[in-house]
Design a protein around this ligand. Structure first.
Ligand code: 6GP
Length: 828
């Protein structure tokens, strides 16, 4: 037993005075600056250090309690975490936002100015990465023992600029000033191997053993980011891995006297964690990407097993003490890696290891898009991860034996189910590996899970129906309401108290007041103030002036054909033409935001044409405030939290059957925007929750889309019957919006007329009709306010806390372990 001084944790004070002292000290001791000369950035860093000391203290308390209580832990393996800024979130969740504001003011510094200096941590592309960040926050908030694992990319999601209309990507050097939130753990390093070859060792009695030899080695070093729960003392941990060259690796060349080569090679091996692939829902099949996936998976599994054994458990207890969630297939190689660790390193028998692995893993699918389904050429896998290829063959062999037994003679089924796709030049299907190696597979909204069962995983579903479950996505109300919308938070507090912050279903208490005139007025005032706040930001970023008294109609998400930004754009062009023709149309501001994958030419073309149209519309004196169109540059988490509270209308207009869930739809609706949407993803559940009167549903259903495609769509014929739509298409393709180069959009015209793969043309009439319903309601301020308030009141189901509880109960089998005030530290 160590002496009390050794086990004591500091227990720092959280009042204004205590914080002020910590911050002032940190300027000197950590930042190394004279408080008289400290810049705003110096103060920001000092503040961050003062908070992180307090976070780590609670982190250690949390860890001690989890160890004492023998808890089961869940590990979330994700290539992406789209976190955004951490300073305000940490202050808020630690419960010291207001004392810190005061302490900073006492030091002569304005907290809001400081908050604005921070770069977003954008270690993700979009929905999947943001969901991962919400899940970690909720795990901590609800007191679950849950940890994230990922990659500490030196360059996150690119910064988007328009030059002047098309997207240009700039590197996101988010770590250039260092990062006060991370704890580098030089004691937590694991060797990761690539390439080399496998040696078989035959034992006369017993199984053949394998060793993997002579590969390239790189080290994975841990960087820890404490994650604080809201209104609780629990602080969990996000562990991100960075690649470091091993010393041995350098030595080879040093010995040969090739100093430069040695250093260059060191740099080369560290590129593994250098950059996030900026592709959303498309697999890119690059060797470096496979190395990234394996790198973080291997490090995480080694770490998980180390902790498991250090806590005194044996390997047979793995599924009782550990759950591992695979966030899409990016970490699916974990199935083979855990087998390697258990069989090759810990010398378990194959069958025992397989039983443990399968009961430990679960897999979340985030998309049905075929181009997102990761497959790796067998040849590549064999070269980079030769041992894993062997393991995958073995897994597949055992699996197909089972299938053969169940469906004798059904070779087509075998080929469809096999982990190896033999049709397309032999590839490893990572989704199949994930399904075979997991005890649960989930989709992220009811329709999505149903479609998984009926299409992508139909054969698997027939084999193992009990393996498939739905867990509808959610969003954290802490970021997406309390932080993003302080004015509405305040209003809710006045009306129904603050219980909803922990239990979002309590928003229902608002329902009886939905037609209360005072509440309606206050609600509309809040919305208007949020619109003014956004208008200021838009002016600053784009120079465009927005009138806060017209409808703000918002489509913010990655740019994808299936998300149909073109449908919204055609509506804008249609309105513009009609305004010019002297028609009276309901006024609106249309705001787009989102990034296109750098290699996705069609998506980049869509950005360009939106910017061109916006430029003409916004400068046409005949239009004035009746129509404004803005493409908000570099849409990211921090700008989302300004845009979302200001939206009147939320555009969720994907081709039905293509959007797995959506989470922007939830954030916007929670903030009182009414949805114009198709019956796709979680829109269906949102409609069920808010009621038909608070949502504008339109367009083909998923079944009708399939039917429509089967019947051979004919956009030309539809255009012939819809003069407004035809005129809008003509206006674009004629070069009206590209005065200097009329030919530019001929291709877009052809695309819409002859291909239209996502049925923009087919859904257009229904779409504009839904927009008009929204316009009519918007014109009636009372009716609109009532619908919007009801919308907020009924969004409780879409809290990430409910999502996490669903995972905990249906998949992970873990229970919350709230941290009690420490006996020895007595901190409140
Ligand atoms: C996204 C889905 O497109 C979106 O509908 C869903 O809400 C989100 O995941 C969270 O579940 N998918 C991705 O971001 C992705 O990269 C491979 O899928």
């Amino acid at each position: 037993m160590a002496a009390p001084e050794v086990t004591h944790l500091p227990n720092l004070p959280n009042d204004v005075e205590g914080l002020r002292q910590s911050i002032r000290d940190a300027v000197v001791r950590v930042v190394g600056e004279d408080p008289r000369q400290a810049t705003e950035r110096d103060w920001m860093e000092a503040l961050a250090f003062a908070i992180r000391e307090r976070m780590v203290e609670r982190r250690l308390l949390t860890r001690r309690q989890f160890a004492d209580e023998d808890v089961k832990r869940v590990y979330y393996l994700s290539m992406e975490y789209l976190i955004g800024r951490m300073l305000e979130a940490n202050l808020r969740n630690m419960g010291i936002l207001e004392p810190a504001r005061q302490a900073m003011a006492d030091l002569g510094v304005n907290l809001d100015t400081i908050l604005d200096l921070e770069d977003d941590a954008a270690l993700g592309n979009g929905g999947l990465g943001r969901l991962a960040a919400c899940i970690l926050e909720s795990l901590a908030t609800q007191g679950y023992p849950g940890y994230g694992y990922g990659i500490r990319y030196e360059f996150g999601m690119f910064r988007q600029e328009f030059e002047p209309y098309h997207q240009v990507e700039h590197p996101d050097n988010w770590l250039r000033y260092g990062n006060p939130w991370e704890f580098p753990r030089s004691d937590r390093k694991y060797p990761i191997h690539f390439y080399g070859h496998v040696v078989e060792h035959h034992h006369p009695r017993g199984e053949t053993r394998y060793t993997w030899e002579n590969g390239e080695e790189v080290l994975a070093m841990a960087y820890d980011y404490p994650t604080a729960g809201y209104g609780r003392r629990n602080v969990n941990n996000l562990r991100l891995w960075a690649a470091k060259a091993t010393r041995d690796f350098d030595l080879r060349y040093f010995n040969e006297g090739d100093y430069i080569r040695a250093v260059a090679d060191k740099a080369e091996s560290e590129t593994i964690s250098m950059v996030l692939y900026p592709n959303d829902a498309t697999a890119i099949g690059k060797e470096l990407r496979l190395k990234q996936e394996y790198f973080f998976v291997s490090a995480s599994l080694q770490d998980i097993l180390d902790r498991h054994l250090a806590l005194g458990y044996n390997l047979d207890a793995l599924p009782d003490k550990v759950a591992i969630q695979l966030n899409d297939t990016h970490p699916a190689i974990a199935v083979a890696e855990l087998m390697r660790l258990l069989v090759d390193c810990h010398e378990l028998s194959w069958d025992r290891a397989w039983d443990l692995a399968r009961r430990t893993f679960a897999y979340t699918n985030h998309t049905l898009m075929p181009e997102a389904l990761e497959t790796w050429p067998v040849e590549l896998m064999e070269r980079v991860l030769p041992r894993h290829m062997g393991i995958i063959y073995q897994i597949n062999h055992d699996f197909l034996e089972q299938v053969r037994h169940r469906y004798p003679g059904d070779n087509d089924r075998l080929a469809r189910l096999s982990i190896i796709d033999e049709q397309n030049g032999r590839r490893v299907r990572m989704a199949h590996l994930a399904v075979v190696g997991s005890h649960r597979v989930n989709g992220v909204a009811a329709l999505h899970t149903q479609l998984l069962q009926e299409t992508l995983f139909e054969d698997f579903y027939n084999l193992w129906p009990e393996r498939f479950v739905n867990v509808t996505n959610g969003v954290t109300p802490r970021l997406w309401m309390i932080q993003a919308n302080p004015a509405l938070t305040e209003l809710l507090g006045q009306r129904i108290g603050n219980d909803w912050q922990y239990d979002l279903d309590r928003l229902r208490a608002l329902e009886p007041y939905a037609h209360d005139a005072d509440l309606q007025k206050a609600f509309l005032d809040v919305k208007r103030a949020n619109k003014v706040r956004l208008a200021n930001l838009v002016r600053e970023r784009t120079g465009v002036e927005l009138n806060p008294d017209v409808m703000f109609d918002v489509q913010i998400k990655r740019i994808h054909e299936y998300k149909r930004q073109l449908l919204k754009l055609l509506h804008v062009v249609d309105l513009y033409r009609r305004i010019r023709a002297g028609e009276d149309v309901a006024p609106r501001v249309v705001l787009f935001g989102g990034k296109a994958a750098p290699g996705y030419a069609r998506a980049k073309g869509i950005i360009q044409v939106i910017n061109e149209v916006a430029d003409i519309v916004n400068h046409d004196p005949a239009v004035g405030d009746r129509l404004k169109c803005v493409f908000f540059p570099n849409y990211e988490v921090s700008s989302a939290s300004i845009i979302i509270p200001a939206a009147d209308v939320s555009e969720q207009i994907s081709t039905a059957g293509f959007e797995a869930s959506g989470t922007g739809n939830m954030k916007l609706a929670l903030n009182g925007a009414l949805t114009i949407g198709t019956l796709d993803g979680a829109n269906i559940e949102i409609r069920d929750a808010v009621g038909e009167e608070s949502i504008f549903i339109f367009g083909m259903t998923a079944d009708e889309v399939v039917e429509h495609r089967r019947n051979g769509p004919n956009p030309e014929a539809i255009l012939a019957q819809q003069p407004n739509l035809a005129a809008a298409v003509e206006m674009i393709e004629s070069g009206f919006f590209t005065c200097d180069d009329p030919g530019t959009h001929g291709d877009l015209g052809r695309y819409l007329r002859h291909e239209d793969p996502f049925f923009v043309i087919a859904d257009y009439a229904a779409y504009t009709e839904a927009c008009e319903r929204a316009d009519t309601l918007y014109a009636d301020r009372t009716a609109w306010a009532e619908a919007a308030i009801l919308n907020v009141a009924r969004m409780g189901y879409f809290s990430i806390d409910r999502t996490v509880r669903d995972y905990a109960n249906q998949i992970w089998d873990i229970i919350p372990e709230p941290v009690a005030p420490s006996r020895t530290n007595g901190a409140a």
